[in-house]
Design a protein around this ligand. Structure first.
Ligand code: FES
Length: 578
């Protein structure tokens, strides 16, 4: 490794060539504030909050590559004043309704202002765009809070290659805009919410449905059923100060009962059902050779990305509804019939790590007899807000179990929350269903891990080989899809998750600020918790879940049956590329 010698605040240090001054200073424990910088996502050096003095010049340290012999000052009067001026200018054009802002307490602009001891904003004048866009069922944009840092543009473009938003206009009129200034619901946005996770302030938030759920809970004529996705239970605790990667399954279930939900179900049941339906679909496509590769359809961000960008390959998507939609459909049919409840009086609420699930819940093709399968979707953050609003002492709650009969899932279902999980769960079932043999080693470690694209050939006992690709992050998905279009790649089975790491880092999860996300591997910690949860289950294969067996015996008949198709499968629509 080539190293160079530099001096920061009088401390001489050897660093790797190519290191930025910001990185070098932070490695020495010297705090330089930053705002627009987000490692790997945005290096635009637009905010000037991280300036340092190099000779007579003030330079943004986040993009300044250190050079041999460079002498850097990070804490001079000139540096402090320049940083304060930059932040004051941002504040002068910012809607400072901090007390009622959803990011209050977690806002990076607020933190930087406090760190720089800014108590007065001395600049006044005209405000730039104040436009608020509530048209998307998933994401709300509020330009009055936008500081034009560009982190959302980086997340949407560089990371996800969706490019639904970018900078538009010039100078004081500069805004973050969709193509042709359309509303977000008319854009190519796939609702993944990675822009929310990147936003340092409250300019991008989820479209809240908390009050809709409170209203349902206080309506005595409604039976309100809640279900929770696997990734929620390994992140919810963070909203209550618990360490990243803490599993809070039992506390979450107890909190949901305290909030007043009539039944607390686990989306893992829906995930097991997905494996039964999708596994059967995979076996049938492998036998017929048609519409291969089978592409998973659990992730609504990925599905909408396909609809906009690769409409010619929509037949490759599994026709299976996603797990929470399957579960919603079963609540309003099987469960309602079993319990003698009018399905029209049931309200299904899904707690999801994902903002795209809000859009998915509203898709008209995900309904039956004019009832949506799922009525409301709340993110992990919204659930935490409800628990706080209700004054529940979450940390000290005693764990409780999910309700039956459709509340329990297998370990295979839990791992849906991390990249590779759906593929692994499907392989556990497909192996045993095609061979009639018990798997000796249940873990398919080859599909695990955080490599963006994982390719494997899985051999079944009958000699059949399944060429598998596991992809996470839409940027990686686009690369692979384009390679397939050029004929360079071909597979039998593809698992795709829109968000890097899978649902554990979905757009509805607790937000981790840019600095903290550099200091710890959030994805790895949450994924570890997911796999530990799997290991703790007695049933770890979807087809061995006794409640799933009962569902087929009592109601659906068999996987991919006529009734299963009617209730559990769907179709997709071509959407505009621009
Ligand atoms: Fe470096 Fe914004 S210019 S953090």
């Amino acid at each position: 490794m080539d190293t160079i010698k530099i001096m920061i605040d009088g401390i001489e240090t050897d660093i790797a060539k190519g290191t930025t001054v910001l990185e070098a200073a932070r490695d020495l424990g010297i705090h330089i504030p930053s705002l627009c910088y987000m490692k790997g996502i945005n290096h635009s050096s637009s905010c000037r909050v991280c300036v340092v003095e190099v000779g007579p010049r003030l330079i943004a340290s986040c993009t300044l590559k250190a050079e041999e012999g460079m002498k850097i000052q990070t804490n001079t009067k000139k540096v402090r004043e320049a940083r304060r001026t930059s932040v004051e200018l941002l504040l002068s054009d910012h809607d400072r309704e901090c007390l009622s802002c959803s990011r209050s307490g977690g806002c990076e602009l607020q933190t930087v202002s406090n760190d720089l001891n800014i108590r007065n904003v001395t600049y006044y004048g005209e405000k730039s765009s104040q436009v608020k866009d509530y048209t998307s069922p998933s994401i709300v944009r509020d330009a009055s809070k936008c500081i034009l840092c560009g982190r959302c543009v980086g997340a949407c473009g560089t990371l996800q290659t969706v490019n639904a938003i970018s900078f538009a206009k010039r100078g004081f009129d500069t805004v973050i805009s969709t193509a042709f200034g359309r509303s977000l619901d008319e854009s190519t946005c796939v609702n993944c919410g990675q822009c929310i996770m990147a936003c340092p302030v409250g300019a991008l938030t989820e479209h809240e449905n908390i009050n809709d759920v409170w209203n349902a809970l206080s309506d005595p004529s409604k039976v309100v059923v809640v279900q929770t996705a696997p990734a929620v239970r390994v992140a919810l605790g963070e909203e209550f100060g618990m360490p990243v990667g803490t599993r809070v399954t039992g506390k979450m279930t107890a909190a949901l009962r305290k909030l007043g939900f009539d039944k607390v179900f686990d989306t893992n049941f829906g995930a097991d059902l997905t494996i039964m339906e999708e596994g059967t679909e995979l076996i049938s496509r492998l036998n017929s050779g048609q519409n291969l590769p089978l592409m998973t359809s659990c992730c609504p961000g990925w599905v909408k990305f396909m609809e906009h960008n690769f409409p010619n390959m929509l037949d490759n998507l599994s026709t299976c509804k996603s797990p929470h939609e399957m579960e919603g459909a079963m609540v309003k049919s099987y469960f309602a019939k079993k319990m003698g409840i009018d399905p029209k009086s049931i309200v299904v609420v899904s707690i999801m790590p994902c903002t795209a699930k809000k859009f998915e819940g509203s898709r008209e093709e995900l309904s039956n007899e004019s009832m949506q399968d799922v009525d409301w979707v709340l993110t992990t953050r919204e659930l935490a807000a409800m628990i706080k609003e209700a004054g529940i002492d979450f940390v000290n709650l005693k764990g409780e179990a999910f309700d039956s009969p459709i509340g329990e899932g297998s370990g295979a279902a839990v791992i849906f929350g991390a990249t590779g999980g759906v593929a692994e769960a499907a392989l556990r079932t497909v192996f045993e269903l095609t061979s009639g043999k018990e798997l000796e080693t249940i873990e398919y470690t080859a599909v695990r891990g955080m490599d963006g694209i994982k390719e494997n050939i899985i051999e079944l006992p009958n000699g059949k080989k399944i060429r598998t690709a596991v992809v996470h992050g839409l940027g990686n998905a686009r690369k692979l899809m384009e390679a397939m279009e050029r004929g360079e790649k071909s597979y039998d089975f593809m698992e795709v998750m829109a968000c890097s790491g899978g649902c554990i880092t979905g757009g509805g999860q607790p937000i981790v600020d840019a600095r903290r996300s550099e200091q710890m591997d959030i994805k790895a910690l949450r994924a570890k918790a997911i796999y530990t949860e799997d290991e703790a289950q007695t049933v770890r294969k979807s087809h061995k879940n006794p409640f799933i067996t009962a569902l087929y015996e009592e109601f659906l008949g068999a996987p991919n049956s006529h009734l299963a198709h009617e209730l559990l499968h769907t179709h997709y629509v071509k959407r505009s590329k621009f």
